[in-house]
Write a protein that binds this ligand. Sequence first.
Ligand SMILES: Nc1ncnc2c1ncn2[C@@H]1O[C@H](COP(=O)(O)OP(=O)(O)O)[C@@H](O)[C@H]1O
Ligand SMILES: [Mg+2]
Length: 267
Amino acid sequence: MNDIIDQYRVTQEPYYRPVADEVELFEAAYSVRMPMMLKGPTGCGKTRFVEYMANKLGKPLITVACNEDMTASDLVGRFLLDAQGTRWQDGPLALAARHGAICYLDEVVEARQDTTVVIHPLTDNRRVLPLEKKGELLRAHPDFQIVISYNPGYQSLMKDLKQSTKQRFGGLDFNYPERGIETEIVAHETGISLEVAGKLVSIAERSRNLKGHGLDEGLSTRMLIYAGSLIAKGVNPISACRVALVRPVTDDPDMRDALDAAVATFF
Ligand SMILES: Nc1ncnc2c1ncn2[C@@H]1O[C@H](COP(=O)(O)OP(=O)(O)O)[C@@H](O)[C@H]1O
Ligand SMILES: [Mg+2]
């Protein structure tokens, strides 16, 4: 029975380099089962952090990548038809609530608001999930916690969380780590030297200053890791940066040239 949930255990400790006091704050939040919201740009460590915390707390982690086609049934569950007839299948939210996992809704603003509201009864004192089609009021396991992530830069008026949703969560800010730490992370994840990793971080810093001046989003830690991985495979650094850093983030020729010039400055 429990093998359903065992597949969600984070058995190996993920590498996570704390940036401030987020680990202690999250532990305190978990101890009171406060629903948590991780805010920050893409590729800055939110998913890695939640994996690390799930392992540290010894709780299974069920991750849902949210999208606008997602329905409440995709989260809660549905009846499936098989040879024996119909059979209820818990969705990821019900599974986490039933077995005491951490349920991580990644990029939650991507989901429609009428989908997101199904988490409300789990985020207040009731800690219940009504499985209406099944006629069950699921009471959350004491270990259950809900965590959401979102990128505050992306949402428009159409795509934002309702205040009634936001106010159910504690919030932790994430950002690209300061240069010493980011260099360490990039070197650790790719095997390149601190010196080369530092150059990638310098390029990223330039790009982050261009945010809002023709660039929607600066280069993320994740992208630096892609570039570093190519360099570690023997790709020449200029090509690696073009492929992994510059081409993905812009289609504008002037911006592309500006970023290519930043690459040429450091390599
Ligand atoms: N503080 C950190 N410690 C360790 N690795 C990190 C850290 N921040 C970012 N990373 C690295 O960056 C990658 C992207 O981070 P991720 O957690 O997927 O970003 P997000 O979920 O914020 O989009 C991770 O796979 C990891 O290699
Ligand atoms: Mg993520």
